[in-house]
Design a protein around this ligand. Sequence first.
Ligand code: GRF
Length: 191
Amino acid sequence: PKLGILGSGSGSNCQSIYDAIQSGSLRAEIAVVMSDNPDAYILERARSWGIPAEVIDCGGFKTRFPEESQASVAARLKQYGVDCVCLAGFMRLVKLPLLKEFPSRILNIHPSLLPAFPGLHAWEQAVNAGAAESGCTVHYVDDGMDTGPILGQARVPVLPGDTPESLHARIQEQEHTLYPAMIARVLETLA
Ligand code: GRF
């Protein structure tokens, strides 16, 4: 099966998916990596692997994901024969034009134990709230913000003296095993 990965930043989760494929623990192929941020390191990673890396044109909008952009991303993913779309640090909200082309085939990873702390800077929200634990969640994407059906979670403690950064690092370590494992599980259901 073919994956399309969408990200806006460093792409460490994309790296973990790639590594899981290379090691044989995830039977899939990354067909294309797309980013709304032309400078995102995730695109560099894809290029270094010889995987198509494409910039998403969002018409100059900083945070919006215009309908036309979503429709053209959907068309592009279809051209690549993508079966399952993985959001990996993608910072725009996916809506109907993309959702309807990939029903129950778009996944996201979020750095908290949803439904706690949806939205931006979830690790910082957890520290500020004085939470005793946090973690990460892989879920199907629906048209809400971090609201779709949950596939799996991994927990980490919040330790005394944690900063948002130290907690995020602990959470990311878990993300890197959870996401490839959950993708493998979803692909089995599609086979
Ligand atoms: C991760 O913490 C993920 O949970 C969140 O954005 C971050 C992306 O990191 N959605 P990376 O680009 O995969 O390194």
